[in-house]
Design a protein around this ligand. Sequence first.
Ligand code: MG
Length: 291
Amino acid sequence: MTTEIQSNGTPGYLVASDFDQTLSFNDSGYVLSEMLGISDFQKKVAGLSRSNLVHQGAELAYLLRHDPEFRSVRREHLVEAGRRVRLKDNVEILAEVLRGDLEGNRFRFFVISASPREVVRSALEGIVPPENVFGTEFGYDPSTGEISSILRASAGYGKIAVLQDLELKLKSSPDRTVYIGDGSSDLYVMHHVNSHDGHTIAVSETKSIGRVAQRTVLSENALSVLVPILEDILGWDAHRIRELFTSYGLALRDWDKIRTDWLTFHKAPTPFVLNQAAVSHASQNPQRTSA
Ligand SMILES: [Mg+2]
């Protein structure tokens, strides 16, 4: 498979990553709100989320277009917010590793975020080329600079639309797609990637996403997502992976592999009825009971 890719020059794997809390520590909406002195951003997001009016992740885009408190936002504010976003450690090395040649395998790294494109491009300036960064696109009023429309929101289903466009443009087969994300805005796209035999990696403990993603990696270091890529896709062992990190001047200190089953119990309300149901079931299926 790898030989075929190398000989015809088509891209090997498409790696698409979410931005907020996947490559960064905080949602860029909080950073922007803090910058503008808007204190009830979280409340506004929670209200929108409850109403199901917009796809999860698109709350900031909606507020920027429709909330009076955000009316003063101009393009330069978004760019400045991006500069203030705190990235996870070694995002630049992650991008560099994926740009390189991993034993003849080629990876193309893209970022697909529901956040404003200006914010994410600014945050990743010099790390990921702007043309590889997709975010929600706004139209601006030419006379006032005010946000006048949402041209394309890359949240929820919108992430699938961006991914499919990319796969088409790069002639990349969906089973060669890797998607990395942390939250509910990534659920649709992860289901989509899974159903096309691609690879999904979660980087948070959020149960909804952990249930869908094939692998979960928890770390403050962005390089951690390379572990499932190298193990599951390239078949590398732990020794080879440690060697790669060492070649970038990094030593892996702790690497715990834990399979977690999340369980909660509560007292059964009517144990007698349940027992009766079990007896009744057993009497109707005698051969299964005796087996
Ligand atoms: Mg996120």
